[in-house]
Write a protein that binds this ligand. Structure first.
Ligand code: PEP
Ligand code: MN
Length: 363
């Protein structure tokens, strides 16, 4: 999938030094006191640059708290004036954008339930034409990288270059132990496709609880992600939405102080040694591919032999024994069970493809 986006670096719209961007604030703005109290405590934490607050909440079922609406934007503006925090809110309709701009919100984000719908994203993009405001696009609910990129392209095509992605995890049938599976390979692939695009990770919606937040946040930083968004509340237990995953500002401060921010590149000595080690890896990968090529030759030979003798491509007993034997051997070598299983399944799938081609050749 080729894509070209024109994206400004984060430091063009927010003063960060070489630290990750930290965004925090309540899942929902619930009351004047709740927002002010939480916001003022957050403002005391050096690393926190932007306060988030849900003004209109996308709820699964009707007739429960759906956010305070415009009044909460007045509170947020007051908070912005009283602290050094910038503000950000979720927008899902043109009216939300209009009101967010009216109340001088600094950054907008598009929620996961909006990103899934190209019609909705395009409507927002059309309203954003000619507006100079940073926009962050959350991943769609389900693991569809193209849909995420498509939404980013729509917003970028509208002229928004202060653009970032938010990784909030993906909803799949079995998410345990997360609320939304992180599936790190997807944001990594997004970085590979669009290296200039900042990616903010939202551990709160990935975890759905407080216990996993620190490890997910550290993982994000170790994968060179550009920032973190955490939900916080002065008293999470009484929060009207997402109570289990919100942190008190004090606990957020503690979590942030325990994070290790590593550099992406080292000094010359480090790079020299790294290059030598990587060269060894390159040689091993070539060896691996040569072995796979020799394996494929053997597979073909077996395919021809089966065909001549009118034998099926698949013998389930052999497959079961082969996989079990390799899993046991892999375990002895200290390799990860799930990884070896996936690898063997992939290798076997390719053998089936090669032999099926042979069976179908006219001879
Ligand atoms: C939120 O940030 O509160 C929210 C609704 O998130 P998401 O769109 O990721 O579910
Ligand atoms: Mn939330």
């Amino acid at each position: 999938m080729g894509t070209t986006l024109k994206v400004k670096p984060l430091k063009d719209w927010i003063d960060l030094g070489d630290k990750p961007l930290i965004i925090s604030g309540p899942c929902s703005a619930e009351s004047y006191d709740q927002l002010m109290r939480t916001g003022k405590e957050l403002a005391k934490i050096d690393q926190v640059k932007i306060i988030r607050a849900g003004i209109w909440k996308p709820r699964t079922r009707p007739e429960i708290f759906e956010g305070v609406g415009e009044t909460a934007l007045e509170w947020l503006l007051e908070l912005k004036k009283e602290t050094s925090l910038k503000t950000c809110v979720e927008v899902a309709t043109p009216e939300h954008i209009e009101l967010a701009l009216k109340y001088q919100v600094d950054v907008l984000w598009i929620g996961a339930r909006t990103t899934v719908n190209p019609f909705s994203v395009q409507i927002l993009a059309d309203v954003l034409k000619g507006v100079d405001i940073p926009v962050m696009v959350k991943n769609p609910l389900h693991p569809d990288l193209k849909l995420w990129v498509g939404a980013l392209e729509r917003i970028n095509n509208a002229g928004i270059t202060k653009l970032a992605a938010i990784h909030r995890g993906f909803y799949t049938y079995d998410n345990k132990p997360f609320r939304n599976l992180p599936m790190w390979e997807i944001p990594i692939e997004l970085k590979r496709l669009i290296p200039s695009l900042p990616i903010i990770v939202d551990p709160s919606h990935i975890c759905g609880n407080r216990t996993l937040l620190a490890s997910v946040a550290q993982r994000a930083l170790d994968l060179s992600m550009d920032g973190l968004m955490f939900e916080s509340h002065y008293n999470p237990d009484i929060a009207l939405t997402d109570a289990e995953q919100q942190l008190t500002p004090k606990n957020l401060e503690l979590l942030l102080s325990n994070l290790v921010v590593r550099k992406e590149y080292g000094n010359q000595d480090f790079e020299n040694i790294l290059e030598k080690l990587r060269h060894e890896i390159d040689l091993m990968d070539h060896e691996l591919l040569s072995i796979l090529s020799r394996r494929e030759e053997k597979t073909k030979q077996i395919g021809v032999y089966k065909k001549t003798n009118n034998i099926t491509v698949l013998q389930i007993d052999r497959l079961r024994k082969m996989i079990q034997e390799r899993l046991d051997y892999g375990e002895k070598l200290g390799l990860d069970y799930a990884f070896i299983l996936k690898l063997l399944q992939l290798v076997h799938k390719d053998s089936i493809r090669v032999q099926t081609d042979i069976m179908q050749e006219n001879s």
